[in-house]
Design a protein around this ligand. Structure first.
Ligand code: DX5
Ligand code: ZN
Length: 215
């Protein structure tokens, strides 16, 4: 059974409180929150005021995925805005080790996200320091994209690394997760499933979350 993290990027921003209450009463475990800066990715989502507003109503942990350059500049501000898990991109962070230490010192769980083209072997020297790997199964920037199948192989390879080193790090799959691939992802070792479009375009989001949770 995986942790289910609906992605707020696909929520109705004009009815954000309604959608947050839906997640609160659902079987979902976390809120997944995508922060995009228009530089690291070709899209802009939202920033601190919206994150703080979400935090005011959310009754579950906030899993904040930073798709921004220089994430180290804003660590305590994201903590103060309500982040519980803070994930930075390996590709955006030349001093990743320092950045991870700062996230943990700020009292949050630390995650590292990797783009579809980044090999999992790049995580070898940081894996024992982190709580979560966010494996991108689409190119970051947009919700509703098609799942990249190679993710399955990467998931197994990452599991080999974590079991060889005897570290317990959560593997999160982000992008294109649906009711068809979710079971196989859990079987391949995924601990956290992010789902945006699958949850929010569903006619019955509560039932869809429950189904994702059942795999
Ligand atoms: C993509 C974001 C994802 C996105 C997932 O850049 O990191 O979290 O919201 O949305 P779906 O599940 O629709 O692919
Ligand atoms: Zn994300």
């Amino acid at each position: 059974m995986a942790i289910i993290a609906p992605s707020i990027l696909s929520a109705d921003f004009a009815n954000l409180q309604r959608d947050i209450e839906m997640i609160n009463k659902s079987k979902a475990d976390w809120f997944h929150i995508d922060i995009m800066d228009g530089v690291f990715v070709p899209n802009i989502s939202f920033g601190f005021p919206v994150l703080s507003a979400i935090a005011k109503h959310a009754k579950k942990p906030l899993d904040v995925h930073l798709m921004i350059v220089q994430p180290e500049k804003y660590i305590t501000r994201f903590r103060d805005a309500g982040a519980n898990v803070l994930t930075v991109h390996l590709e955006a962070c030349p001093h990743l080790h320092r950045c991870i230490q700062e996230i943990k010192q700020a009292g949050m769980q630390a995650g590292v996200a990797i783009n579809p083209h980044t090999p999992v072997s790049m995580l070898e020297d940081i894996i024992s320091e982190i709580d979560l790997v966010c494996m991108m199964s689409v190119n970051p920037g947009f919700g509703g994209q098609k799942f990249i199948d190679h993710t399955f192989e990467k998931c197994r390879m990452l599991n080999d690394i974590t079991s060889k080193r005897n570290v317990s790090v959560k593997i999160e799959i982000d992008g294109g997760v649906d009711l068809i691939n979710a079971a196989a992802l859990v079987k391949a070792g995924a601990d956290v499933l992010v789902a945006g479009n699958t949850v929010f375009s569903s006619k019955d989001p509560l039932a869809t979350i429950e189904e994702l949770k059942s795999f």
